[in-house]
Design a protein around this ligand. Sequence first.
Ligand code: GLU
Length: 486
Amino acid sequence: MFNPFSFLNKNKIRVRIAPSPTGYLHIGTARTALFNWLFAKKYKGKFILRIEDTDLERSEKRFEDDILKGLKWLGLDWDEGPYRQSERLDLYAKYLEQLLKEKKAYYCPHTKEELEKEREWQVANNAVLIHNCDARNKNLNTGELIRFKIPEISPNASGNETTYPAHQIVFDDIIRGQVHFFTSLLGDFALAKNLRTPLYNFAVVIDDFEMRISHVIRGEDHIANTPKQILLQEALGFTRPKYAHLPLILDPDRSKMSKRHSATAIQEYKESGYLPETLVNFIALLGWHPQDDKEKISINELIGKFGLDRIQKGGAVFDVQKLNWLNSEYLKEKTAGELLKSLIDLYGEEKIIFKDKNNTLKLLELERSRMEKLGDFLDLKNNLLLKEYDANLLIWKNTGKEKIKENLRTIQEITRSIFEHEFNQKKLEIYLMPFANQQGRGEVLWPLRAALSGRDKSPGPFELMDILGKDEVLKRIEIAIKKLES
Ligand code: GLU
């Protein structure tokens, strides 16, 4: 019987992340990287980074840079690499020549237009959409593409004659169990445009073999490539790695995660102020969960708990509320000093510092419980700027305008008499609360808070006074009094 864990020969685990640099580091790629990384860490194996840049038109250096930077930021360090397929062309040429020589591959002379016509006919006649090449046995020396010759095997038991006899490829997927494919549906797929321009399915097989990859752990979107890769391995006499195809990541409406619904690039999450430890924790739970169902799990705990056996088959829904909750939990573990440093690194001093560093730290202490992500601080800080507001905001219940104005004047006088060095939350309370208790807390503290914030919701008046500082407080009270006079 197939035992998916028979591979646990600890010395031989070699896994890889093989991103194509055709876009920014995607959440899905980050998850694949994390699962491979965890698997390697858990079994003391090696995690290899391979850049699959054979698609010259779509591959860009800036995407490669982003991918490397993103993986490092997440803490997913690699043991080997980055290897680049574009730097390994001699190797691919060698294997292509071998396949051509052994007549396991051939030059196909058909142009794009001819293939398009063939396809149109197949669509109209409900035929299998594969290229039936009349040159597969002609051994041409050149052509439009190099194709793999799906091996001819005697017709299957039912005796159906098909262009390519129905032969099944079966493989054991660690997550999905036994998977079957008919080679008759694959057709002679393309290996390369020419000896020096390999295509994905071919290059991946050569590299997985040359890099002695023991386990291919990748997204489910690659499952249809696996039978092609297995056929190639068989043609080249390579051993077959173990396969594990991870479930798709879905948007809340259960459609495949897309840019339209959610941010998909890791960089976007970094810029909004999610911590790397949050993202690692969160993406680990996209399709996997520990036995105890714990949700907040550190990277070290993850290494201990992780296993391919607890990965689900069904799609994993991306729940941004859970992400926000997790991030706020990780933010709680940081000191205000650490938060300030991260904020400055992310957004620069100019956007972050309010008056001075100390004051900004005070503001952070005051507001941090309201922050789900670091970027929320920008809004919270902006809320301290006084916006235009209506005089009615200053009125507490049925208290008359005159009374409110009088109270604000008295507060102004008391405030003016407080020394700068005593201008902190505690002392302000000691100086101002007796007056509030005497006149009625609502009648005094509401207009004061409204005058300081210009908003109906804000931190308390003494906290605000402390952060704004004496001059600004006096100025804002004056503005409020003027509003009541007009
Ligand atoms: N280069 C492929 C991608 O970026 C991954 C290939 C693989 O894992 O086999 O989707």
